[in-house]
Design a protein around this ligand. Structure first.
Ligand code: GDP
Ligand code: MG
Length: 163
């Protein structure tokens, strides 16, 4: 069957934006509010004749916006259960947050390729701010900007190399 690629990360880092940007279609709901209830979204992606199913797990079944740990835990469980490759999304503009470290911590024992996607690097000079994420100690780091359309092909190449 088709390899599965799951997007995980704390609320508001741009997981749904990343999903839509990779898909080049507005499928997942992007919002400015944290912890809105949404269903899991999936879509088929083709890149250079390779196929994978992309999954946006964010906000999955979250009932209590204050209980972000439970939300993150659900994402991780889903990723562990079905993902062949995990996209761990962080935000270069806010920098490393405790919840990012929690996600990285939960993924530590997961033996699947992880790509650390440093989103919101809207301008070249913001790439340098991604360096601090190296201490999450997990996966290849790729800066992107979904709003400025930066590094989409680089990210897709990294994904298909790991399928
Ligand atoms: P999610 O909660 O992780 O799914 O995040 P969303 O995709 O809903 O996005 C949260 C916010 O970040 C929205 O206001 C997006 O417009 C914004 N956002 C997403 N990607 C980028 C980006 O590359 N640059 C900037 N500046 N903002 C972004
Ligand atoms: Mg989302």
């Amino acid at each position: 069957s088709v390899p599965q690629v799951a997007i995980v990360g704390r609320p508001n880092v741009g997981k749904s934006s990343l999903f839509n940007w990779i898909a080049r279609r507005r499928l997942a709901i992007v919002d400015n509010f944290e912890g809105v209830t949404r269903d899991r979204m999936t879509t088929m992606i083709e890149f250079e004749e390779r196929f994978f199913e992309l999954i946006d797990t964010g906000g999955m079944g979250i009932e209590d916006p204050d209980d972000l740990t439970a939300d993150v835990q659900r994402q991780i469980e889903m990723a562990i259960n079905c993902a062949d490759v995990i996209l761990l999304v962080v935000d270069v503009q806010t920098g490393l947050m405790p919840l990012d470290e929690l996600v990285a911590e939960r993924l530590r024992g997961v033996e699947r390729p992880v790509i650390l996607v440093a989103n919101k690097a809207d301008q070249d000079h913001q790439d340098i701010h991604a360096d601090e994420f190296h201490r999450m100690g997990r996966g290849h780091l790729q800066t992107v900007s979904t709003t400025q359309n930066r590094n989409r092909e680089d990210l897709l190449r990294l994904i298909v190399e790991r399928l």
